[in-house]
Design a protein around this ligand. Structure first.
Ligand SMILES: Cc1ncc(COP(=O)(O)O)c(C=O)c1O
Length: 432
């Protein structure tokens, strides 16, 4: 048990003892804005910083393009036609999946649509899909449009689960009860692995068990989970999942996404699917025939040829994770970072700032969602002030600042200084 202290010397000693401190040098962190003396990059939950090697790996592909032109598809190790293959094993380690369960393609919402085509197949008796009441809007839109695509009405078929007691956090019993309530009429459950607004880690195992018990398929949106918290998709028996890689996985703006499909489904040719030639096995792809010869793996969901430049950036980032021992190894530091931040907020800002994120370390990842409490404090002005002072974080209406100290590149010293900057901004923006 760490004995915390508000003394900045404590942050210095935590940094001196940090086994991951050398990994910060493997990123290019944005410089401070004009007028600020340092930048504190606490927004890896939105867009991760650039891994230094991304430039080298992208340049390598640009050079190969310049030198080889079209031959670059098949020449080189790897050529672009095979580039995705080097990403599969590191991604499997990150999400807890088997190699034939993961494919790299597209972006998150597009992948969600593709997976819902296969896994949300409403019929008259079983047509509902359960999501959270305030799901990420893109998921909500995707689900509504899928319901309509099948000729159903979201008013009947879109069902939601709410956080407990009008609050912000979900209780596992409420999720299970909502699934049981809709029972046989439930076709699919689609929930996040980590809730984007509160940072709450959701109980994936219990969700899957409850969904399967009523005969529904279960999908997980891993946008805020991947690279943040350990995942065991295969062992958890999740049916399908997708993620973006530009947040905690630091893979470039709009970077390439991935999909996971449990092995019991990967070779099920009865599943409807939006197919394209890249889901066709390489052995027969260039025979240019009109009979689809799918991979017996998650790759059969790939439609188009791979995008080499975003994959090169993702490669650079995954190497950093693997060199650090992966998300499981980083998790202990992450818990320590958020515990330290919570302690400092309690000691130095109690009454002004409340964390919406659960205090239970198992139910939080890197992100803490900080609510500015008193009515006499203009939360938006506080956010603007800390941003001007060099803190990269984000604002969520009505009064929440999300910060995500991240074990690969953030220090304990930054956490300590962030709390001082926040305290100063609150003091400067109290209206009475
Ligand atoms: C939880 C969640 N789902 C879906 C998305 C949409 O991702 P994309 O724009 O890459 O499709 C995001 C983006 O931030 C997200 O946070």
């Amino acid at each position: 048990m760490t004995e915390w202290s508000t003394d900045p010397a404590m942050a210095a000693s935590l940094d001196a003892a940090d086994e991951f401190s050398s990994f910060r040098a493997r990123f290019e962190l944005p410089p401070p804005p004009k007028g600020a003396t340092e930048s504190i990059y606490f927004v890896g939950n939105s867009l991760g910083p650039m891994p230094t090697k991304a430039r080298e790996y992208i340049n390598r592909e640009l050079d190969r393009w310049a030198m080889l032109g079209v031959k670059g598809h098949f020449e080189g190790a790897p050529g672009w036609a095979d580039y995705h293959k080097i990403l599969i094993d590191p991604l499997c380690r990150m999400v807890g999946a088997l190699p034939h369960e993961v494919a790299v393609m597209n972006t998150l919402t597009v992948n969600l649509h593709n997976l819902l085509v296969s896994f949300y197949r409403p019929i008259a008796e079983r047509h509902k899909i359960l999501i959270e009441e305030h799901a990420f809007p893109s998921d909500h839109f995707a689900v509504e449009s899928q319901i309509r695509l099948h000729g159903f009405d979201p008013a009947d078929s879109l069902v939601t689960v709410k956080p407990r007691d009008g609050g912000e956090l979900f209780h596992v019993d409420d999720i299970v009860a909502a699934i049981e309530e809709h029972g046989d009429s439930l076709a699919t459950v689609l929930l996040p692995g980590v809730q984007y607004y509160t940072g709450q880690v959701m109980p994936i195992d219990e969700i899957v068990r409850a969904g399967h018990a009523v005969g529904a398929t279960v999908g997980i949106d891993l946008a805020h989970s991947v690279g943040n918290v350990p995942l065991t998709l295969h062992d958890s028996a999740v049916d399908f999942a997708t993620w973006c890689s530009y947040k905690y996985v630091n893979s470039s703006p709009g970077g390439i996404s991935g999909v996971y499909v449990h092995e019991r489904h990967v070779n099920d040719q009865s599943l409807p699917k939006l197919t394209g030639w890249w889901g066709n096995r390489m052995e027969t792809r260039f025979a240019m025939q009109n009979s689809f010869d799918p991979y017996p793996t998650a790759e059969s969901w790939a439609a188009s040829n791979g995008t080499a430049l975003p994959m090169a950036a993702l490669r650079a980032s995954l190497e950093v994770f693997d060199d650090a021992g992966g998300v499981v190894a980083l998790r202990a530091k992450s818990k320590k970072q958020t515990a330290y931040l919570l302690y400092l907020l309690d000691e130095l800002l109690d009454g002004d700032v409340k964390s919406l994120t659960p205090r239970d370390p198992e139910q939080r990842g890197c992100q803490l969602s900080l609510e500015i409490i008193p009515d006499d404090i203009d939360g938006r002005a506080v956010f603007d002030a800390i941003e001007a002072a060099g803190v990269f974080c984000d604002w969520r209406f009505p009064n929440v600042i999300r910060v995500a100290p991240t074990p690969l590149f953030n220090t304990f010293g930054e956490i300590r200084r962030f709390v001082d900057l926040l305290a100063n901004a609150i003091a400067a923006n109290r209206t009475v």
